[in-house]
Structures are given as C-alpha cells and as structure tokens.
Write a protein that binds this ligand. Structure first.
Ligand SMILES: Nc1ncnc2c1ncn2[C@@H]1O[C@H](COP(=O)(O)OP(=O)(O)O)[C@@H](O)[C@H]1O
Ligand SMILES: [Mg+2]
Length: 346
C-alpha cells in the first residue's frame, strides 16, 4: 500500500515545535516532502541548527511516521535554516546583536541606541528593535513618540513597516503594548510582541539588527535564542561593585546550553565622569578598572568604556542620540565599540 503525502502531512501535524508553540506543518517548517516506496524524505526549516530542538523535533517526527506507516519505513530528514531556505522575515538581516543587562537603569537603552547610530556611521545598514517591555525608550530617544509604524503587504501577508530616523530602521514594543498596563499583564505579552516585531515586520536588507532586551534573565531571552539566529550579545554594566553580581547572572544565562548565544563582550557604561566644559578630564568616581576586572572574570573582552556626560540624558530626551554628534567623547567611545563588533562578526 502506497504511503500518501496527505497522510504524512497529517501525521506531521502532530509534531509540535515548542519554541513557537505550534505544529511543524502549520509553522511552515515542512519542505520538499518526497515519498518513494517505503522511504519518506523531507526538509525541516529551523530558525537555527545549533539548537537541541532540531534533534528533538526530528526524532519526534521519525517516531510518529514509523508508528503510523510501520517500523520498516525509512525516514530521512534534512534540517536547514530559514536563511538557507532564503526565507523568514529576517533572511535579509546579516547580524542580530542583542544588548542585555542584569538589571535596569545601567544604560542599556542608551547603549543600544548609540551603538546602532555608531554602526550606521561606519556605513552599515542598521535596524533597532526596542524589546524592553518594562521601559521602552527608543521612541523617546529617537524622537518618534508621536509616530506610528506603517503597514505593508508582502507575499500576501500583512507586515509592519519599521519607522526610519537618522537612516536607522526602528520598531519599539512601546508602539504595540500599552505600557500603562500593570507589569503582570505586560509580561506574558512580551514574548509574542517580540515575535511580532521580529517576524511580522519587513526589515528588508540590514547588516545589523540591534535589540534592546529587557533587563534580567527571563523568558524573552529564551524565546529569542530558540527562535532566531542571534550573532551575539553585548552585556552592559556600570562600574559599581554591586553591579557585578547582575552581570555575572546575565552572562551565565547566555552561556547556558539551551541558549548558546555567544557573548561578544562587556560595555562599561558610566565608567568615568567627564565635565562638559573639560572634555579631556576623566574622573573615575566609582573607581577605575572595574569594567576590565568584570570582563576578565567572565573571560570576555571589554568592548568599551562610556563616560558619564550630562548631555547623554539631554540628547536622550530631545530625540537625537549623542553618537550623532561627532565631536562628543561619547560618540568616539561608541565608534570604537562599533568597529570592534564589526571586526568580531566578520
Ligand atoms: N553614560 C551616561 N551618562 C549620563 N547619563 C546616562 C549615561 N547612560 C545612561 N544615562 C542616563 O541614565 C538613565 C538610564 O539609562 P537607560 O539607557 O534608560 O537605562 P536602561 O535601559 O538600562 O534602563 C537615562 O536617563 C539615561 O539618559
Ligand atoms: Mg531601557
């Protein structure tokens, strides 16, 4: 009795890819299904291949098919990435860089925004996703609070069109989630909102997509790692000793087996104070060398030291990130970080 394609598809509909919470057929992961006699072969399109889910899902599919069509059935599954398939909304994005921190208030958003600007100043095409459900701030920092992203239709599908400012494509979770709502309601929405920002938006062709992650070590980091191919994470800290516990926690999370997001390095924000009228002065008010010591302890490079300058907060509030101002010592610090990152991911 010949094995029918429709029957195979039906069986595969019982196989769930947990990271996306649906079956592999409806998720569009099944590709090139071919049947010849007792041999069933197909490809499965995964967001990334260095994820344990590849084996788990492939084994589950093999088991289900053998149960249905007999143990002598030969099942041949080739896992491929969305990129290889030339598919996925992020197929045109070369590198995804996640900006993370152990806790809020260390300047993660400031770093993400200015890193995006600095990368763009090197000539790269850059996008910025504000995924910080607890305090979306990209719209304020880029002065687009009153703007709304557009919509476009691509291959019959409604897609979100990122805003564009200073040559950088932008989307914020703040455009889609009511930030007046209590946190316990926002939390569960965060993961699906992030998926929308990444999967349902037309990012086009980009060299870098920078993601401003929420602080901490939660679900959103896990979703990101399992569903997208992240080039690397940058961890932001301040020089205070107490901050190290948080940095270590964040770093440890990125090193878990199931996450496997490479840590590109550490950025020490508020490393020293530089008065506006004395840009050559550096006052290490929290002590010197902490950032380097943190980086050494975690065995990752220190990518940069960003000074405390009054202008950062002002520029954040007026909607033009300080890295746009070529003369500022902060811009120089970010250009250095950008060129280090570019050299690392090539
Ligand atoms: N290097 C810096 N110098 C001066 N102020 C800074 C610096 N980095 C961040 N800030 C200010 O600190 C506050 C918190 O920064 P933000 O980037 O929003 O932190 P996070 O995203 O980690 O919560 C903001 O008001 C920001 O303008
Ligand atoms: Mg923030």
């Amino acid at each position: 009795m010949a094995i029918e394609k429709s029957k195979v598809v039906e069986v595969l509909k019982g196989v769930i890819f947990f990271a996306k919470g649906d079956n592999i057929v409806d998720l569009g992961m099944l590709d090139d299904l071919e049947i010849s006699g007792k041999k069933i072969s197909f490809r499965l399109v995964f967001p990334r291949l260095d994820d344990p889910a590849v084996n788990i899902v492939s084994n589950a599919a093999t088991k289900a098919l053998k149960e249905e069509f007999g143990s002598d059935t030969e099942v041949s599954i080739t896992p491929i990435t969305e990129k290889e398939k030339g598919r996925g909304p992020l197929a045109g994005v070369k590198h995804i860089i996640a900006v993370a921190s152990g806790k809020g208030g260390v300047g993660k958003s400031t770093v993400a925004a200015n890193l995006a600007v600095a990368l763009s100043k090197t000539g790269a095409k850059v996008g910025l996703v504000d995924a910080d459900i607890y305090g979306p701030s990209v719209p304020i920092m880029f002065g687009v609070v009153d703007e709304a992203p557009g919509m476009t239709v691509k291959e019959g599908k409604q897609m979100i069109l990122p805003l564009e400012k200073y040559g950088i494509r932008l989307l914020s979770i703040g455009f889609f989630v009511d930030t007046d709502k209590p946190l316990i309601w926002r939390g569960p929405m965060a993961t699906s909102a992030l998926n929308q920002l990444l999967s349902d938006a037309d990012w086009g062709v980009l060299d870098f997509l920078v993601i401003d992650l929420p602080p901490g070590t939660g679900d959103i980091q896990l979703t990101l790692a399992q569903s997208y191919s992240i080039t690397g994470a940058v961890v932001v800290t301040t020089p205070q000793k107490v901050a190290f516990a948080d940095v270590r926690r964040a770093a440890t999370m990125f090193r878990q087996d199931k996450l496997t997001i490479p840590l590109l390095g550490l950025i020490e924000n508020m490393a020293y104070f530089t008065p506006t009228d004395m840009p050559e002065k550096q006052y290490y008010i929290f002590g010197k060398g902490h950032g380097q010591a943190f980086a050494d302890a975690l065995d990752i490079p220190l990518l940069g030291q960003i000074p405390i300058v009054e202008q950062i907060t002002k520029s954040g509030d007026t909607g033009s990130p300080i890295a746009l101002d070529d003369d500022s010592p902060v811009a120089k610090a970010f250009m250095e970080v950008a060129s280090k990152i570019k050299a690392m991911v090539r």
